[in-house]
Design a protein around this ligand. Structure first.
Ligand SMILES: CC(C)(COP(=O)(O)OP(=O)(O)OC[C@H]1O[C@@H](n2cnc3c(N)ncnc32)[C@H](O)[C@@H]1OP(=O)(O)O)[C@@H](O)C(=O)NCCC(=O)NCCS
Length: 154
């Protein structure tokens, strides 16, 4: 992938392969209160509107960003960085790089929801130019509120 920075030269960046779908479900279970179940990851993976951009260290997925294009919006499914690979700029990288493919699929902006308690994600998004546009409370299954976040591509 031509936008891969030099500092990631020992990692590979690719769209998700079917044999790696299980790794996405495993990371979801590892980090989320309300993870996408394996069957749901498979359904999303098979949808022509969905893409998962992944970064791998050898065969291990160390970061991913999944999104689903719905008209002019690419809705964020999730982005995760493996706990052992955080603070290397990987989330910033996948979220930025994925705009290229989302735009090719017709989207004009990313839109997503971030838990009130998820300060790390809010910091990442702020650093790469996403904006908080609204609040919905409650939003998540456990009653927690969400910041609605967006990144317009141009
Ligand atoms: C949020 C998450 C994706 C960040 O991944 P990451 O690869 O470590 O993020 P980056 O390295 O790109 O961080 C970029 C910047 O964001 C900010 N940041 C990231 N994590 C932070 C934290 N825990 N606390 C404060 N600031 C943070 C920093 O400014 C950081 O730059 P710096 O390391 O030079 O200071 C990761 O913590 C994660 O997977 N969390 C669990 C899953 C999740 O909540 N996903 C988002 C909701 S879908």
């Amino acid at each position: 992938m031509k936008h891969m920075p030099r500092r990631y030269r020992h990692y590979s960046v690719q769209f998700l392969h079917p044999w790696d779908v299980r790794q996405i479900a495993r990371l979801e279970r590892m980090v989320f209160l309300e993870p996408m179940p394996m069957a749901q990851v498979v359904i999303k993976y098979l949808s022509p509107r969905t893409r998962f951009l992944v970064v791998k260290d050898g065969s291990l997925i160390i970061a991913y960003f999944g999104y689903e294009v719905l008209g002019p919006y690419a809705h964020v499914l999730a982005n995760v960085t493996h706990p052992l690979y955080r603070r290397q700029g990987l989330a910033s990288f996948v979220l930025t790089e994925a705009a290229v493919s989302a735009e090719r699929m017709g989207a004009k902006a990313f839109i997503g929801e971030v838990r009130f308690s998820n300060q790390p994600q809010l910091e990442v998004l702020k650093a790469i130019g996403w904006t908080r546009t609204a609040v919905i409370e409650p939003f998540f299954g456990n009653g927690e509120g969400a910041h609605i976040v967006m990144k317009v591509f141009h």
